[in-house]
Design a protein around this ligand. Structure first.
Ligand SMILES: C[S@@+](CC[C@H](N)C(=O)[O-])C[C@H]1O[C@@H](n2cnc3c(N)ncnc32)[C@H](O)[C@@H]1O
Length: 214
């Protein structure tokens, strides 16, 4: 079976088994992967890069192509099935193999990940709209702790998902979504440098780019 079909199948299986943390029925499109990696494509010099929630590697595939010879690349993935699949890619796929020596897959939740050095670029695929507000706040704090001064965080969210869900949600869920809006807006108001619209994705998504003060 070709890799992309394997990835779709595994993603769907994990969505059914671990809906809350998988958060999507299919891997991101290449258009979304391209939008998520704009800061990586445009940076100058050597970078430390962190990908959080790589899943089956829809964005990883683009990242490994953009890495420069002295860059370091860490991946943090909670789901051991996805992590195993990625480790196999680093052994068997030539694009991944080219950067395997300076890459590491860490199997743990990002909340528990400890790093030796800060990162210049963080790219996150976490489905934060599925999480409780306390966890989302903790994750944003963790991202900003892990970022080097002047470093960028890029993450995606499905377009209009929170306002649409709010229309049909019961009061406790509405409250949760309103709290998520508040937390995300705190960070976006302070740190956002750009937002892109990606229509060719299932579902269409916004990519938010934030930069920590230099
Ligand atoms: C929506 S999928 C995105 C996968 C991939 N980046 C893509 O765009 O196709 C979310 C991924 O985040 C992972 N994940 C969820 N919560 C996590 C956490 N707390 N720490 C690390 N990874 C997490 C899931 O296992 C899953 O692989």
């Amino acid at each position: 079976m070709p890799n992309f079909l394997k990835d779709y199948w595994e993603f769907l299986r994990q969505f059914r088994e671990r809906f809350e943390t998988t958060g999507a029925v299919a891997p991101s499109s290449r258009f979304l992967a391209k939008a998520m990696t704009v800061p990586l494509a445009q940076r100058e010099g050597v970078s430390r890069v962190l990908e959080v929630g790589p899943g089956t590697g829809a964005v990883t595939k683009k990242i490994v192509q953009l890495l420069k010879p002295d860059d370091q690349f860490d991946l943090v993935e909670l789901n051991d099935t996805f992590a195993e699949l990625l480790l196999q890619r680093f052994e068997s796929d030539s694009k991944y193999r080219a950067v395997a020596k300076r890459s590491a897959v860490h199997v743990c939740p990002i909340q528990e990940f400890k790093a030796d050095h800060p990162y210049d670029i963080i790219i996150s695929g976490l489905p934060m709209n599925n999480f409780p507000p306390d966890l989302v706040r903790q994750i944003f704090q963790r991202f900003f702790k892990l970022l080097a001064p002047g470093g960028t965080l890029s993450y995606f969210e499905y377009m209009y998902i929170r306002p649409l869900r709010k229309i049909v949600a019961a009061p406790p869920e509405k409250k949760r979504l309103t709290e998520l809006d508040r937390i995300a807006n705190e960070y976006l108001d302070k740190y956002r440098i750009d937002r892109s619209w990606v229509f060719v994705n299932m579902p269409p998504a916004w990519v938010q780019h934030l930069r920590k003060e230099a």
